[in-house]
Design a protein around this ligand. Structure first.
Ligand code: TXA
Ligand code: MG
Length: 370
């Protein structure tokens, strides 16, 4: 156990004297949690194996799941990557600093501990002023996975971080709630056609506009468990978040989804289960359950992304047995949300259409697991 210092820092204009304290800890091989525009990151000097190994230990992360290296200066890319292809240059101009992680062949400088022994390294330049100030002041690239215990939802506030990691880290920089709420887009630039391995705030559509052609890995769509598709990276096989509750994701036309969720609520309640519904502003009034939580506005899926992980944590805290969640169109930021939801549901997905007639015929064809 170490004593965890909480440093409250202004997210718009980080106080330099506080950033310096945290940067010193990074330089000395310690663990500093900091906010980024996506989620909070658990940071250590990416070039120091011993420091990086502390990250794995603190979050109980399997050693074969590689880390993202965060930089504040675009020139560092050329030091960390063996080669920077022209696609990378175009993407950086457009999306850095920001929530896009690029996978490139690594240089000799990057230790195996950081990349879990892989020949590639994941690199991103965050846009959050605190993250940027910390990396610049530490003057080393910072390896940082999401600052949660392995298997828990990524943290979007300093409280979430402390709930998971208090006593395991030296410093948490509390910069308030993060912006996007889902982790960065991970794009593999080592494949013939650039391939999205994890959908995030920089959308497939936006990447396509810059690159022309872009593929989406089946694991990124999360339509089937990673074990059944070829794993590009060891990290892809890990289930992101296994809630205590059973999550059932209902996908399809809105009216069909709502009636299916109502039906499932009745079914599970009568079996004595505590049921929670992850609802939206548009649908919340239609539900009666033990807990109905509004996660955001369907018409503005960014609002859903922002609250998603917080909602998961709250359902767990309330001890619900079953969480019923509404699906979204897997487009734009909706793809990132659906990726997280499908994984949280352990691929326990109920697909519905608009009309009840269709619902019945789907049921006969065995579309439903419940
Ligand atoms: O938004 C984010 O990306 C946050 C913030 C803190 O920057 N970080 C984050 O890190 O989500 P993490 O470790 O929770 O997720 C990184 C993902 C993992 O799925 C990992 O397997 C993958 O990126 N990854 C990292 N390096 C890789 C590599 N060399 N090859 C393939 N996948 C890699
Ligand atoms: Mg993570």
């Amino acid at each position: 156990m170490v004593e965890t210092l909480v440093l409250k820092v202004n997210p718009k204009q980080p106080e330099l004297e506080k950033i310096r304290v945290a940067a010193q800890v990074v330089r000395k091989g310690g663990l500093v949690v900091f906010p980024t525009e996506t989620v909070y990151g658990l940071g250590a000097n990416a070039l120091d194996d011993a420091a990086v190994l502390k990250i794995f230990k603190a979050k109980e992360r399997p050693a074969d799941n590689p880390l993202i290296v965060h930089i504040a200066d675009g020139d560092d890319l050329h030091i960390l990557a063996e080669h920077v292809p022209s696609e990378a240059k175009k993407l950086i101009t457009q999306f850095w600093p920001g929530p896009l992680t690029l996978l490139l062949r690594k240089s000799e400088l990057v230790p195996d501990a950081t990349t879990a022994g892989l020949a590639t390294v994941a690199i991103r330049m965050p846009s959050h002023p605190i993250a940027r100030a910390l990396i610049a002041e530490a003057d080393v690239p910072i390896a940082a996975p999401s600052a949660n215990l392995a298997g828990r939802p990524s943290p979007t506030t300093a409280k979430h971080v402390l709930d998971d990691l208090s006593g395991r880290i030296n410093i948490v920089i509390d910069g308030g709630a993060v912006g996007f709420g889902v982790e960065s887009t991970v794009l593999d630039l080592t494949t013939e056609v650039p391939t999205v391995l994890r959908p995030g705030p920089v959308t497939v559509e936006e990447l396509g506009q810059v690159l022309g052609e872009v593929k989406v890995h089946p694991v990124a769509k999360a339509e089937a468990p990673a074990e059944v598709v070829v794993a590009q990276a060891p990290g892809m096989k890990y289930k992101h978040y296994a809630p205590r509750a059973e999550v059932i994701l209902v996908e399809g036309a809105l009216d069909g989804m709502v009636s299916k969720i109502q039906e499932l609520t009745v079914k599970h309640k009568s079996a004595g289960k505590k049921v929670g519904i992850m609802a939206t502003v548009e649908t919340a009034r239609k539900y009666r359950a033990d807990v109905v939580k509004v996660v955001g506005v369907r018409r503005k899926p960014k609002t859903i992304a922002k609250n998603l992980f917080k909602a998961f944590r709250e359902f767990d805290e309330m001890g619900v047995d079953i969480v019923l969640a509404e699906g979204l169109k897997p487009k734009s930021i909706g793809l990132a949300i659906m990726n997280r939801l499908r994984k949280a549901a352990g691929y326990n997905i109920v697909r519905v259409r608009g009309s009840t007639k269709r619902l019945r015929s789907n049921a006969k064809r065995g579309f439903y697991k419940s």
